[in-house]
Write a protein that binds this ligand. Structure first.
Ligand code: SAM
Length: 286
């Protein structure tokens, strides 16, 4: 089987198997070898690594990963791609394909069983319709991870990277930055995919913190505060948190905490940094 990653060989495989793209699965296959080389380089994958790939498609990036990693586990939801992957990956004995919805796979258990609990690397050209649940699922289940190098919608990559003061800044930025250091490493135009997506894409590397940059008494409480702050973005924090319903805090308590932090009583959540959210939630946590 020839290497994929270019339009000619990709079309040949698609025709051989009469493959029909499924829009509902976010199927946009990479057809640009420069982008593939760049992703592999930026992921820092070596022959010591177990790599988890989410959504291998016809196996384009999987081939590159097999060449560079010790072992690859690729999780693909579309059963029509499984016989294709058996063919395109037949030259490699260091790959396992799992036909499953990634959101239902116990990745922590997988990392423990196959990598003795050592941190794994995640590399993927993600299905865009479930980018956030995939990333948050990886972080929140405390899978041991070194880094996550992923292709996502450009706008989502921006949101992950931004800080206070930017209109892209929000709950996703804070969640990602609590667990990892985000760096956009490439912008990728629609013509690098088949079929072309309607949006621009970017490769972002999330290097997981060994220790979180902030001390938090109760992670889920802090994330509830963050969620409430951005649910009602235009409201002041005092009103947003005091009226959230799912938070056991009153407006007076929020006002008092802000005063102690020497912040304006009319400040909005979008102006607070991760450190300030951590501080605020530690104060509000009984
Ligand atoms: N890695 C391939 C490439 O770069 O050419 C394909 C990337 S394509 C953007 C996303 C892939 O994720 C598709 O193969 C799609 O079928 C798969 N996928 C979509 N939803 C999934 C899910 N919930 N679990 C696992 N794979 C999924």
């Amino acid at each position: 089987m020839a290497t994929l990653g270019n339009p000619g060989n990709t079309i040949e495989v698609l025709q051989k198997y009469k493959f029909n793209f499924q829009k509902k699965f976010g199927q946009n296959f990479l057809i640009d070898t420069h982008v593939l080389d760049k992703i592999i380089r930026e992921s820092g994958v070596t022959k010591d690594d177990l790599v988890i790939e989410i959504g291998p498609g016809i196996g384009t990036m999987t081939q590159y990963l097999c060449e560079n990693a010790r072992e690859v586990v690729a999780i693909e939801i579309d059963k029509n791609l499984i016989p294709i992957l058996q063919d395109t990956l037949s030259a490699y004995d260091n790959v396992t394909v799992i036909n499953e919805d990634v959101l239902k796979v116990d990745i922590k258990k997988l990392a423990e069983e196959r990598n003795g609990g050592k941190p794994v690397k995640v590399v993927a050209n993600l299905p865009y319709y479930i980018t956030t649940p995939i990333i948050m699922g990886l972080f929140e289940s405390h899978v041991p991870i070194d880094s996550i190098t992923i292709m996502v919608q450009k706008e989502v990559a921006d949101r992950m990277q931004e800080g206070p003061g930017s209109k892209e800044y929000g709950a996703l930025s804070l969640a990602v930055q609590y667990y990892a250091k985000p760096e956009i490493v490439a912008n990728v135009p629609p013509n690098c995919f088949m079929p072309r997506p309607n949006v621009g894409s970017a490769v972002i590397r999330l290097t997981c913190h060994e220790k979180s940059p902030v001390e938090v008494k109760d992670e889920s409480f802090m994330f509830n505060i963050i969620r409430a702050s951005f649910n009602q973005r235009r409201k002041t924090l005092v009103n947003g948190l005091g009226n959230a319903g799912f938070l056991p805090v009153t407006k007076e308590q929020v006002a008092e905490a802000l005063e102690k932090m020497e912040l304006s009583p009319t400040i909005r959540g979008e102006a607070l940094s991760l450190e300030q959210f951590a501080h605020l939630s530690n104060m509000l946590k009984k």
